[in-house]
Design a protein around this ligand. Sequence first.
Ligand code: HEC
Ligand code: HEC
Length: 387
Amino acid sequence: MRRVLLLSLLAAAALLAGAWATLAPPSTRPPLATLPAVPVPAGNPMSEEKIRLGRMLFFDPRLSGDSSTSCASCHVPQLGWTHNDALARGYPGHRLWRNNPTVLNAAHYTRLMWDGTLDSLEIQARSAMQAPVEGNGKASMVEMRLRFIPEYVALFRQVFGDEWPQLDHAWQAIAAFERTLVSDPRQVPFDRHLAGDAAALSEPARRGLALFEGKAGCIQCHHGALATDEGFHALGVPRQPLYDSHPLVQIAVRWQNVQRDVPQAVYRGLEEDLGRYYRTREPADIGKFRTPTLRELKYTAPYMHNGAFATLREVVDFFDAGGGSVPNKSPLLKPLGLSEDEKNDLVAFLEALSMERPLLMEAPVLPPTLPLDGSGEQCEQPVQGRI
Ligand code: HEC
Ligand code: HEC
């Protein structure tokens, strides 16, 4: 009750401030499209060797504090480059408070994370490995570790001209690798349909596309090549039960709020993920999250910022009911009155935005840690990070 009251007050304040988001009118909306070539920042050009180094580092748990956790521990190739936990695991002893998104096609976003707080893959990689609850890797120690891995020393020298591996270059190499993790349009039925293959979409998927762009109104927020406006909306996704039942999750939620200097009066009453509010401090942004891409959903369940839904059908049922109930709820969500067949058609269309086969990748063999002169004993050899 207190929570609802507080949210209502905050929402009323926001209304007075006239802070409602404005949406692109239909005429200026980019249509659903095939992904263009991946954007590459001028400061981090791609090369084959850089990508090879980035791939090794992505899988290397020695970037984390206790050498247990790599990027691939949470972004697992066999699990759609994400994880099937509703809320992501954290560094040992921690739980995270959000569902982890896939890194597939993440290179196409201009705003990263559920609340859009980060702008580049390079910065994201650094923050993932250094945050106490994720990689917990102390920069100076991790950099020293890299310097005792002769194969990395040679590769950093070749790729970046480093005398000794520089950690900032590790994040650049990882980002370059991530820029190769994109959908192959030849394998995506919807992209083949756009390319003129009349048989690419099944009948249900065709009907689903018409609903998506018409009666169901999904296109209002899910448009363009990634099927997202990269805007922020509150849908009223149900509360994640682990927020109330799991002590480590409760600690995570409260810590994230304290960490971000949210006034006690706000977070104490809610014990919630406030979403876009963290970036803007506008009460109108409480509970808003970045619209995610709808590509590769077949492989990335569960869904939503808090993993509240296990299947695409549950997501469609949620939108059919007009979303949940929160004070800042998007005015675009209304009960849709979809029939069972129409719901199945929408799911068929969503599935047609995924590759027919998942993008799998073997973990690379990780190079050993050795004394600097290359002689003598090897360290305990790197094992793949836990998943
Ligand atoms: C302990 C689990 C964990 C580890 C380890 C981890 N991630 Fe993540 N990753 C997450 C979670 C959870 C999020 C979403 C967090 C948020 O929105 O606040 C995320 C978000 C991302 C995103 C943004 C995707 C999007 O849709 O905006 C990228 C890219 C990413 N991670 C790459 C990496 C890389 C690269 C590494 C290693 C350097 C890494 N992650 C390590 C759990 C993890
Ligand atoms: C008002 C804008 C808006 C509309 C309209 C909308 N969505 Fe979304 N969609 C979002 C946002 C924002 C999220 C993330 C919400 C969250 O996690 O709290 C989302 C999440 C999703 C997800 C989960 C993706 C993932 O990776 O977790 C799916 C699937 C989805 N929407 C499909 C649809 C379908 C199908 C429709 C039409 C019936 C639709 N959306 C209409 C904004 C919208």
